[in-house]
Design a protein around this ligand. Structure first.
Ligand code: G6P
Length: 611
């Protein structure tokens, strides 16, 4: 979702801002813009479409050199994608420019107020009211610049990360945040504001994460961080961020998603390493709150999208291994419902980005009600990782493709380890059982065997790329995996796909089955094998096309199916990981064949920072 990058320092801001915008593309956007200070005037370029379009326009104009500028990728909320609605927005006097990520909920009443005061608006956005409001306080109320921003922030309601540039204060850049991410990057005599570290990591790894209600005033070579409610100065820690450039580049792959699917052979090792010591699971981040977690009387897992599918798998393993009942809820529902949360409740939030607005709100609510909160996040320094009492990082590196891949497998590994650690504390599994469950020795090799078969997966996928609907069916943990497989296909190829528990098919979805409808079955050689064969027969007898992902080379199965994708024989959990990778590749090859924008699918955002 919207991305912010800003620069102030000795270098020309344009290459830095354009490169930063490209790094932010993965968040999802529909237009982009830059405002810099040039010859004492605000110079504005805004374009609907890709950053490349904006770049072309800027590079084709006279050679511009400016040492201060603000830039933005916009994901439309208020007003359609257009040049006018793209950020930055200027006040009527064209003195001040703003970029904004978030939603101003009371923008309509503020706009009415400003219209009555004679202001005119060029865009349909909620953002424009903030910059006009600041101008109002400066020009009608004679407040000085910084006080005008404080006054404006007192009035706006909702979520925002903003950066402001004022042509009358050419040495100043001001950023503020409430419920939307923003960080300050500190370089050598230069400063950056950014939505995330990937946009500035080439320049600095020294980061100050702004918290809610904080404002950062860069002035010349110094900066000051204040609480914009009290206007008092705050002491903040400068963090060193560890982010590898290779992680945010495609390398030899044409698509980030393809690279990230392949990354899994390596990332699962990062996720696991240092977390198993013989028969012991070490999740040290949970240590300070472990007693609360183990002794909680109720436990919830909350998340959105792919992370919600991980939660469903977490529930299965925690209930099975540790005998703790788990309720899984979408964060967007959980944040508003009346779940009985109190100080004996544990709430686990799963989020790749650590910035999803609904998940963050669910955590804040749980904390207010006294629960112990646990974060399972991929991005260190992210809002959810800082807001939760304790947590575990998934450590799978930056995920750039909008459709989540390696984060999912990392999340389910962490949840599986958590289930075993809980079982250890609860004595609900024997030492021998735990040791057996912790045997990941051949996982990476098995993943590599699946990846080597991608040509075969592609051949199967291409046979079905003209189908308009798919069913994905599985039982046990293969049901959430089916949901995730269907979501992957939907997200990147725009083909309608639904996941169901295989037996539930009889209660509705079977009505859709005909010769045009492919059904993807997840068939692991476990206790449900015979039952799933019966489900396959049911589809077969209605002329449905059947694709099975399986670790069984049973002839009976191959006779029933149109296509089989065989993965190495494994236990149930490892089968889940291997079949997930097959489903990711299956969706990927269909989407590429259809000419879809795989890494940045239409309408989707990587990091959903608005409600
Ligand atoms: C967006 C992304 C999904 C992701 C979901 C939750 O919809 O496109 O890939 O699963 O948000 O994101 P989170 O960062 O909280 O896991």
């Amino acid at each position: 979702m919207c991305g912010i990058i800003s620069y102030k320092g000795p270098q020309n801001c344009y290459p830095i801002l354009l490169n930063g915008l490209k790094r932010l593309e993965y968040r999802g956007y529909d237009s982009a813009g830059i405002v810099s200070l040039y010859n004492n005037q605000l110079l504005q370029n805004k374009r609907v479409g890709k950053v490349q379009v904006l770049e072309k326009e800027i590079l084709s104009s006279i050679k511009i050199n400016s040492n201060i500028g603000i830039a933005h990728t916009r994901w439309a909320t208020h007003g359609k994608p257009s040049n006018e609605n793209a950020h930055p927005h200027l006040d009527n006097l064209e003195d001040i420019a703003i970029v904004h990520n978030g939603i101003i909920e009371n923008y309509s009443s503020l706009k009415d107020f400003l219209l009555k005061k004679g202001f005119s608006f060029k865009s349909e956005t909620d953002t424009e009211v903030i910059v006009q409001l600041i101008s109002y306080f400066i020009n009608s109320k004679n407040l000085d610049y910084v006080d005008a921003i404080y006054a404006a922030l007192e009035l706006v309601e909702g979520a925002f990360a903003i950066v402001i540039l004022n042509k009358n204060f050419p040495d100043m850049l001001i950023g503020a945040r409430k419920s939307s991410p923003l960080l300050l990057g500190i370089g050598k005599s230069e400063f950056f504001f950014s939505s995330d570290a990937s946009a500035i990591i080439e320049h600095t790894n020294q980061i100050v994460y702004l918290e809610d209600h904080e404002m950062c005033i860069i002035n010349g070579d110094t900066y000051e961080i204040t609480d914009f409610r009290t206007r008092e100065s705050l002491e903040k820690i400068v963090d060193t961020v560890h982010l590898e450039i290779e992680d945010i580049e495609k390398g030899t792959f044409d698509y980030f998603m393809h690279k990230e699917i392949h990354d899994q052979q390596r990332t699962i090792i990062n996720t696991i390493s240092g977390r198993i010591d013989n028969e012991h699971v070490l999740l040290n981040g949970l240590f300070p709150f472990w007693d609360n977690i183990v002794n909680s009387s109720k436990a919830y897992i909350t998340a959105c999208g792919t992370s919600w599918h991980s939660a469903l798998i977490g529930k299965i393993f925690i209930e099975r291994f540790a005998k703790i009942p788990i309720i899984v809820d979408y964060a967007s529902e959980f944040r508003y419902n009346d779940s009985p949360i109190d100080s004996s409740t544990c709430v686990i939030a799963i989020s790749q980005s650590g910035e999803t607005a609904d998940t963050l709100a669910a955590i804040k609510k749980s904390k207010e009600l006294g629960a112990t909160t646990v974060g399972i996040c991929n991005v260190p320094g992210s809002s959810i990782s800082r807001e939760t009492h304790c947590g575990v990082f998934t450590r799978c590196g930056s995920e750039i493709g909008v459709a989540s891949t390696k984060a999912f497998t990392a999340q389910i590994i962490i949840l599986y380890l958590l289930a075993l650690k809980l079982a250890q504390s609860k004595n609900s599994l024997s030492k021998k059982e735990i040791v057996q469950c912790l045997d990941f020795s051949s996982l990476s090799e098995k993943i590599s065997k699946v990846l080597i078969k991608e040509k075969n997966i592609k051949e199967v996928a291409l046979k079905y790329c003209n189908s308009s609907d798919f069913l994905y069916l599985g039982r046990g943990i293969n049901f959430p995996i089916a949901l995730e497989g269907a979501l992957k296909l939907k997200e990147i190829s725009y083909i309608h796909a639904e996941g169901y528990p295989a037996a539930e098919m009889k209660h509705g979805p079977i009505a859709l089955v005909d010769k045009n409808m492919p059904t993807v079955f997840l068939v692991s050689k476990d206790k449900s094998y015979d039952k799933i064969l019966s489900n396959i027969e049911e589809v077969k007898s209605r002329n449905g096309k059947i694709i099975a992902i399986t670790d069984s080379d049973d002839e009976k199965l191959s006779k029933l199916c149109n296509d089989i994708i065989l993965v190495p024989q494994s236990n149930e959990f490892v089968f889940g990981i291997l079949s997930t990778i097959v489903l990711q590749l299956f969706a990927f090859f269909i989407a590429v064949e259809k000419g879809c924008d795989v890494d940045q699918p239409r309408n989707l955002a990587k990091s959903v920072t608005v409600e």
